[in-house]
Design a protein around this ligand. Structure first.
Ligand code: ACO
Length: 335
């Protein structure tokens, strides 16, 4: 058995910045409300740049591959996490294979929303552990801005989300005391509709229904979120799954050098920070600049933290996410 380790990180966010002030011109909201409840100051939207989920993923991947110092032909497998694929099917993994002209390696798409990158890392880690693959490209990317209800009706959701992509190269590590130490995944489908985009979906409303019933009041094509319920579950599950990972590795909260929580809401991160008595240097947040980029949020934050020199060899790094499904998970890394 081997371990896996992250040997290259990259991220891409669209140039176009959308401030809270600009959103208040589209819907009944204020900069004060958004900052007070979420910590978000601005987010990126692709606008008319032509970027898509897969193209942003490709841009992030190119940087990660270059920083990993490997050739694209050394990549054995591709994993792409997103809830906003360019096409309903196929998923964007194959688009990356084509865009990067990687050999005809396998490409897997992960549908676990805000926990998507954690799930993707866990799958990659286990493929590497068993010796099946040596280098895996893992991408998390989202294009939310085209699918949001940008009216007052949708303000509880649309002020939160942003576009972007992050990528990592996971590679074989022979020393099993280093790299990814463990991963922890959970789900609770009972709460699936508390944070969901109901249509289009084969079980609910599909293309025929859309054509037959072009109802302007139909909200099932926009993301729906029971914000307070999600918030209450998030703080509990984040804490649980971080503790689960620490205990598995005989670690205590004070051993965390860097916690990278999924960027869902600054208030959630602050709650976790306080609960585990971590100082500001032990937790990385960038939701203020990008909003919630769902599957992209952890790899973007990880890439930025690494660029800023906040993650060093030997550090204990913890990644944790909670989101739609509900699904949640954590990753414990010895960097
Ligand atoms: N601007 C102004 N007012 C607003 C806005 C807005 N953008 N959105 C909602 N409001 C209003 C509501 O209408 C409500 O008004 P009322 O009291 O007159 O009815 C009031 O503000 C309070 O609304 P709540 O929804 O109760 O606000 P809350 O304090 O819960 O904050 C938020 C909302 C920020 C969404 C919060 O609940 C949250 O962050 N939840 C968790 C999000 C999360 O973790 N998601 C998981 C990952 S996402 C994924 O997996 C895809």
């Amino acid at each position: 058995m081997y371990n896996s380790k992250i040997i290259g990180l990259g991220h891409f966010v669209p140039e176009h910045i959308v401030t809270n002030e600009e959103l208040s011109q589209l819907m009944d909201t204020t900069d004060e409300w958004i900052q007070e409840r979420t910590g978000i100051q601005e987010r990126r939207w692709v606008k008319d740049s032509g970027d898509t989920t897969s193209s942003m993923g490709v841009k992030a991947a190119k940087i990660a591959i270059e920083r990993a110092g490997i050739d694209k032909d050394e990549i054995d497998f591709i994993i792409f996490a997103t809830l906003s694929p360019d096409m309903y099917f196929p998923g964007p993994g194959v688009q990356v294979q084509e865009a990067l002209k990687i050999k005809t390696v396998g490409a897997l798409d992960i549908r676990n929303q805000c926990s998507g990158f954690i799930y993707a890392i866990s799958v990659a880690d286990n493929f590497i552990k068993t010796g099946m693959y040596k280098n895996i490209l893992v991408i998390g990317a989202e294009l939310h801005s085209h699918g949001l209800d940008k009216t007052t009706r949708g303000r509880g959701v649309s002020v939160i989300f942003g576009d972007g992509a992050g990528a990592a190269i996971l590679s074989r590590e022979e020393d099993t005391t280093k790299g990814i130490l463990s991963t922890h995944l959970h789900s609770q489908g009972e709460h699936a509709e508390e944070l969901a985009l109901i249509a289009p979906g084969m079980g609910k409303r599909w293309v025929n229904d859309i054509i037959a019933d072009n109802d302007p009041n139909d909200e099932s094509y926009f993301p729906h979120m029971n914000g307070q319920f999600v918030f209450k579950n998030a703080v509990v599950r984040f804490s649980e799954v971080i503790m689960e990972g620490l205990q598995k590795n005989n670690l205590k909260p004070e051993h965390i050098d860097m916690l990278i929580p999924h960027q869902a809401n600054l208030r959630i991160s602050q709650f976790i920070q306080k609960k585990f008595q971590l100082n500001d240097d032990q937790v990385f947040n960038n939701i203020q600049k990008y909003g919630n980029t769902t599957a992209a949020s952890i790899p973007i934050a990880l890439s930025e933290a690494w660029e800023q020199g906040k993650i060093k060899t030997g550090d204990t790094v913890v990644l944790a996410a909670f989101g739609s499904g509900f699904t949640w998970g954590s990753v414990i890394i010895k960097w």
